[in-house]
Ligand binder design. Sequence first.
Ligand SMILES: [Zn+2]
Length: 418
Amino acid sequence: MSILIRDVQLDGETTQIYIDGNRIAEIGKKREADTVLDGRGKIALPGFVNLHTHAAMTLFRGWGDDLDLSTWLETRIWPAEAKLTPEDVYWGTKLACLEMIKSGTTTFNDMYFHMDQAAKATREMGLRAFLAEGIVDLHDPERAAKQFQNAENVNRRIEAMKVDRITPVLAPHAIYSVSKDSLLRIRELADRKGSLIHLHLSETKREVDDCLAETRMRPTQYLDSLGFLTKDVIAAHGCWLDPSEIEVLAHTGAKIAHCPVSNMKLSAGATMPYAGLREAGVAMGFGTDGAASNNSLDMFETMKVAALLQKFATGDPKVLPAAEAFELANLGGARALGIDAGVLGVDRLADLILVDPRRPELSPRHSDVSNWVYSAHGDVVDTTICNGVVLMRGRRVKGEAEILEKAARVAKDLVTRE
Ligand SMILES: [Zn+2]
């Protein structure tokens, strides 16, 4: 299948983008294609990469706001998640995919439960995804054994689907919820399988204090002491990283997914040290985190909040300028996941969006990148293409009404279920 996007703006010039299969095959020439999209007046941008989320948590959107992380997890999220069914995850992920398609995200890195159902939903919705069955052993060996068995089965089922845009990942939830033995076992599995590892790291002060009390090491040093950190690790948050931990991340090649909205909403109490991480050469991208702690999956909003948070926290408006924020939201995440996306060029994956700049909040166009980061929201996206397939055109996505209705129904059932 081929697509020609005719007369579209790319990097300030009007041009033609020709997609063959799942890649951009040519830029500049008008060619015959199976599908022709009229790009007149629109701007082509790379699709966003959401580097840390829990997609099916859309079901908990607005259910348990304004609480600290441990109260939120212990009184709202974990009790409800104990009753979570595969069908819930399927519809929650469908809803998340719908929201991501409508706000220009083409790839997401997800950690949750019943992930074969998340994979089924993602396969139907057309997005690119890295999916991990979360391992939370709570330092109980019996529970750990069951969870490993389950995670391996889920990953095997995802692999058996043979969808090239869906990749299984390993996900120990965090150092406080996963034992040392399990972390070592995950490291071994990742080496054997060549999988990525996705976890939470240094999100709260309590995590750092408890780790120091138990191991006399900070969380990043503790993981490094286990030989856990390598370039295949994507760690979400990193709010409380100190300079010694930044050094460890830089020399191990582990990556950070910055989730500014979730950190502010759950009052993490410290800001990810962006300038230090950048200076040390640590690879970074942006995540929304789950919709329960954000509450949207809009990467436009995340870019803006990330940039504002750094400026506010450091007292320096030059930190995290718009162009860097924009790059982290697509190329940063793509590099962290090792995919050939995040920038539009020949031979790159055809993961892109078309944005219509003829809107009051995007006028005038002194600086498009400033407009994307500081003024736009997800609804500026007109067309979303992932892996060479058009998922949204003129803001219409197939099956939208059914997804909204079914997801609302399972969400209501989930929080009232006995
Ligand atoms: Zn998270």
